[in-house]
Write a protein that binds this ligand. Structure first.
Ligand code: KG4
Ligand code: ZN
Length: 336
């Protein structure tokens, strides 16, 4: 069982991904086909385009993952797939593909919750990582804080009440006509700007809960840009000030959650984990609070299938399999 090979498949948003992982720990292959080029001109992910591109790419991506790992279907112990949350049309492509493979090759089918799989990126990245921990998951689709006491005891402490962090980065970049995806562009421009130039709101910073609200910040940037004359706008200053306001709430609430829940480990996941200011700020804040911070490498932070195969391993051990006709859900709970 410890050397079992799992084929992971991920299609919850705009990456078509497949990976082979051995024993839940060793990544033999991790193939990701990004659709960013096709969504770029719309300034965000278009669900219908995402589904169609997954259909076009999924078989090639799986083939590539098997080839890179130098294994065939007959060598696999199971097929694992993301069952939600995500875009329903996109999820369906991965789910029916995994079902067909499992049926044809008499393999068990394992369903994985997307946010849980993001947490598992940390187990792939570091042997030192373990329960209990608090994780900040921030991507284009999600922003939440999770308290993980054990694999069977994951609690959603709080989440965004409106926009996700990556979504806010993308929308502000679109407003400033900077390009897509906005996160990396704002991250870069912010380095040349003054983070204290504009005092943008930090919603829910002082509230005792662990929720976030980021749409007001986005509106504040919209209003600021409307108010200021075009020629007076200092784009790097706006980027730095917006980023600072957004990240302060994320960092403060993550460290507070770890202290209140009395855990010593903090983990970061999701595409926004690529943000250089967030990595630096959370590292400093964690150190000051006596916490150990785990930052997976970028290719494991953004959507990928290695994390799906890793998250499926404990289910393989327990024999938690899905029927071949299981359907994915756009809003699958953490407890799935
Ligand atoms: O996890 P991910 O690849 O896909 C999902 O949304 O599931 O995350 C993509 C998001 C985008 O919104 C992108 O703008 C953001 O992550 N992102 C960043 C950075 N790199 C990517 N946000 C802030 N700073 C970055 N360096
Ligand atoms: Zn994701």
């Amino acid at each position: 069982m410890k050397d079992s090979l799992i084929l992971g498949i991920e299609t919850s948003c705009d990456e078509t991904a497949a990976a082979v992982v051995k024993g839940g720990k060793r990544v033999l292959s991790n193939v990701v086909a990004s659709q960013v080029e096709f969504h770029k001109k719309f300034g965000g992910v278009v669900p219908e385009i995402a589904s169609r591109k997954h259909i076009e790419t999924i078989n090639l991506v799986i083939q590539e993952a098997l080839e890179q790992a130098q294994v065939g279907y007959k060598d696999l112990a199971a097929v694992a797939v993301t069952m939600g949350p995500g875009l329903i049309g996109a999820l369906l492509v991965g789910a029916v593909t995994a079902q067909a493979i499992a049926y044809a090759w008499h393999l068990p089918l394992i369903g994985v919750q997307h946010l849980v799989s993001h947490l598992w990126a940390n187990f792939l990245a570091s042997r030192e990582f373990g329960f209990p921990f608090v994780a900040l998951l921030a991507s284009g689709g999600h922003t939440c804080l999770i308290h993980a006491e054990s694999a069977d005891n994951l609690k959603l402490l709080g989440e965004t009440l409106d926009d996700a962090a990556g979504e806010a980065f993308d929308k502000v970049a679109k407003l400033l006509e900077l390009g897509y995806p906005g996160g990396p562009i704002i991250d870069k421009l912010a380095k040349q700007g003054n983070p204290h130039a504009v005092n943008f709101p930090r919603a829910l910073l002082g509230s005792r809960d662990y929720n976030f609200s980021l749409s007001g910040l986005k509106t504040a940037v919209v209003n600021y840009v409307k108010r200021e004359k075009r020629e007076h706008l200092q784009i790097p200053d706006i980027c730095a000030s917006f980023q600072e306001a957004l990240l302060e709430v994320l960092v403060v609430k993550t460290v507070r959650a770890a202290k209140v829940k009395r855990v010593r480990q903090v983990a970061l996941a999701g595409g926004v984990a690529a943000n250089s200011r967030l990595r630096e700020w959370l590292a400093k804040a964690s150190k000051e609070a006596g916490l150990k911070l785990f930052l997976p490498p970028l290719e494991l932070c953004t959507d990928n299938a290695a994390m799906v195969a890793a998250a499926a391993f404990p289910k393989l051990v327990k024999g938690e399999f899905l029927p071949f006709n299981a359907t994915p859900h756009a809003n699958l709970p953490l407890s799935y």
